[in-house]
Design a protein around this ligand. Structure first.
Ligand code: ADP
Ligand code: 5GP
Length: 202
């Protein structure tokens, strides 16, 4: 059996990553989403164990600092802690599934440093549209919208470090791009040295 893929997906908050991932997961068997741990409070409709493992800060740091290390990567994002459980990723890989991590740019850099992930960045067509989507989702307060927009600029600067860039303008096309990347990577015989990165906004 071929080696399973470790896919890392990053995007500024509100860009449409969850929407795209949910549609791709429905149509690609053998692909699972790794449920992260977070100290953030659940949003309305979010379910513990499905969207995140919602934990208290003390539990998070216990897992993070435990021996053997509980997290493949972890980071503070928008004032909350987030981490990917080593056990969860290993369990899926042993079951022969491709694993997708939805993590921020700091987490992606950590995974890149000690694994060989396929990294994909999803960008909004513009910052104005990102703001519209973030507010349109109706899940954030004014203060958290501001934090997330300020972070978006820093995150977009990391695009050159990623293998693939998807601009989520038309949703159907973005979904098809992510599906195509995964299908192509499943057939790849070898990874090539990094090519020239595309630049967002040019
Ligand atoms: P993220 O997971 O990146 O934080 P979401 O998937 O929650 O973002 O999407 C944020 C909002 O943007 C949602 O209301 C979603 O329906 C909307 N959205 C996602 N993709 C598009 C798109 N291509 N065009 C317009 N709206 C979109
Ligand atoms: P949200 O709070 O909107 O669900 O996620 C905020 C940010 O945290 C997103 O950029 C998301 O990719 C990131 N994130 C979610 N889970 C993890 C994780 O396990 N590790 C890291 N580093 N970032 C995560």
């Amino acid at each position: 059996m071929s080696k399973r893929l470790l896919l890392v997906l990053s995007a500024p908050s509100g860009c449409g990553k969850t929407t795209i991932v949910n549609r791709v997961m429905k149509s690609l068997p053998g692909l699972v989403f790794s449920v992260s741990h977070t100290t953030r409070l659940p949003r309305p409709g979010e379910i513990d164990g499905v969207h995140y493992h919602f934990v208290a800060p003390g539990v998070f740091t216990q897992l993070r600092d435990g021996q053997p290390t509980g997290f493949l990567e972890w980071a503070e994002v928008h004032g909350n802690l987030y981490g990917t459980s080593v056990k969860e990723v290993q369990r899926h890989q042993r079951a022969g599934r491709d694993v997708m991590l939805d993590i921020d740019v700091q987490g992606a850099a950590q995974v890149r440093a000690h694994a060989n992930p396929i990294t994909i960045f999803i960008a909004p067509p513009s910052l104005t549209e990102l703001e519209r989507r973030l507010r349109g989702r109706g899940t954030e307060s004014e203060a958290t919208v501001a934090v997330r927009l300020a972070n978006a600029c820093k995150e977009l600067a990391c695009i050159p470090a990623y293998d693939y860039l998807i601009i989520n303008d038309r949703l159907d096309e973005a979904v098809e791009s992510l599906r195509s990347i995964i299908i192509a990577e499943r057939s790849r015989q070898r990874r090539t040295p990094a090519g020239q990165a595309m630049h967002w906004g040019t």
